[in-house]
Write a protein that binds this ligand. Structure first.
Ligand SMILES: NC(=O)c1ccc[n+]([C@@H]2O[C@H](COP(=O)([O-])OP(=O)(O)OC[C@H]3O[C@@H](n4cnc5c(N)ncnc54)[C@H](OP(=O)(O)O)[C@@H]3O)[C@@H](O)[C@H]2O)c1
Length: 351
């Protein structure tokens, strides 16, 4: 039986939490982290240790698969739909302007999904940008259906995914989708079956690369036994790092990591001291600092901030040029509480 998931943006967060990381699992990660710390394996336990101040990521681009080099700051096209990610936006012309401006500003990775609207996000992308400029990667997703506003129901059966890909190809006016992401894992369908269907679509030339979303490490590993995976999209931001282990895995395996809710999903990210301090020092907004922190966190990080506002878009894109000092980066890094583990690791190492 389908589990009806309530939506709006914050309910999407719930979906990710229940799908990709149960509380029990989070506790498991924490315990595993603690055990690794005790064993002195701080890089394994803390993940972020791979990118501390001396090793902050600076690469401006990332190559998905072996062929699509994109700027690491992309655009999330979920917010250009109507309220509740349902229907057409109140100002359709503005949505088209936002999309065109993103490309003008150099963005060449746009994230969308058949579920956004549904359909309207993909239709607006084609209306604004087709014929597409060379090098623009449109990453769409399938596997979540929308019976009504505020409702998101997983359907990752092979037959549904095949229909979904055909629908996205038509709406986006594409012959092939460069990056197609499985939007979630359907508890009724083994992930192997869902990605098996995507593999067939890839073999048929309808998809170039396959990505996953809202997954844990085990699910990524299972999927990779069936077909190469080039990216993962999970919720992640300075305050919410429950997918830290997935990010560390992506870094190790050179998979792109697209953090959704990179600036907290509208309301989630509260200005805190280290954020405000850095924002003031650089004369920028806390959202720009949050994006700069993400970009420096890992070379595989591809944030896709979403906005319906031209001014916010300009601001977000400009964040790619912002460089935090190692001290600022560290202070912000501490906001999620990982500093506690780091301090413990240091104490154990020096003991
Ligand atoms: N895979 C999944 O399950 C999943 C789930 C959620 C989202 N996503 C993807 O991830 C993308 C990003 O997530 P998101 O859009 O939900 O969250 P987000 O990027 O963290 O935040 C977007 C929210 O912040 C506001 N905002 C954006 N830039 C701002 C700025 N410079 N200053 C102040 N406010 C700003 C936006 O409002 P304004 O419109 O007023 O700017 C919007 O309410 C989505 O667009 C979508 O493509 C994927």
């Amino acid at each position: 039986m389908n589990v009806l998931l309530r939506v709006m943006t914050d309910e999407l967060a719930e979906l990710n939490e229940t799908r990709s990381l149960t509380r029990r699992r989070f506790l498991g990660i924490s315990l595993a982290g603690g055990a690794a710390l005790l064993a002195g394996k701080t890089d394994l336990a803390l993940g972020a240790e791979t990118s501390t101040s001396s090793n902050m990521a600076t690469n401006p681009t990332f190559t998905l698969g072996s062929d699509f080099t994109v700027k690491r700051l992309g655009f999330g096209a979920m917010r250009i739909t109507g309220e509740g990610i349902w229907g057409w936006p109140p100002d359709r012309q503005n949505a088209l302007k936002v999309l065109r401006r993103a490309v003008e500003l150099g963005v060449n990775l746009i994230d969308t999904a058949d579920a956004y609207g549904p359909d309207t996000s993909e239709l607006l992308i084609a209306e604004a940008l087709y014929p597409y400029p060379k090098g623009l990667v449109i990453a769409t997703k399938g596997g979540l259906t929308r019976p009504g506003p505020g409702q998101w129901v997983p359907d990752c059966r092979p037959e549904h995914l095949k229909q979904a890909v055909d629908g996205s190809l038509k709406r986006l006016r594409l012959g092939r989708i460069d990056l197609y992401q499985l939007h979630t894992v359907d508890r009724k369908v083994p992930i192997e079956e869902s990605v098996g269907a995507l593999k067939q679509l890839r073999d048929a030339g309808k998809i170039r690369h396959i990505g996953l979303s809202n997954v844990d490490r085990r699910e990524i590993e299972s999927a990779r036994k069936i077909v190469p995976i080039v990216s993962v999209q999970n919720r992640y931001n300075i305050e919410d790092r429950k997918s830290e282990d997935v990010l560390v895995y992506c870094e190790k395996e050179k998979l792109g990591f697209l953090p959704w809710f990179p600036i907290g999903g509208g309301g989630g990210l509260k200005p805190k001291n280290p954020l405000n301090t850095a924002a003031k020092a650089h004369g920028v907004s806390v959202f720009q600092v949050a994006l700069a922190w993400l970009l420096e966190r890992s070379p595989v990080m591809l944030p896709i901030p979403g906005t319906s506002s031209l001014a916010h878009l300009e601001e977000n894109v400009a964040a790619a040029k912002l460089k935090l000092t190692p001290e600022e980066w560290k202070a912000i890094d501490g906001l999620a509480g990982w500093s506690f583990f780091r301090a413990l690791a240091k104490r154990l190492q020096s003991a």
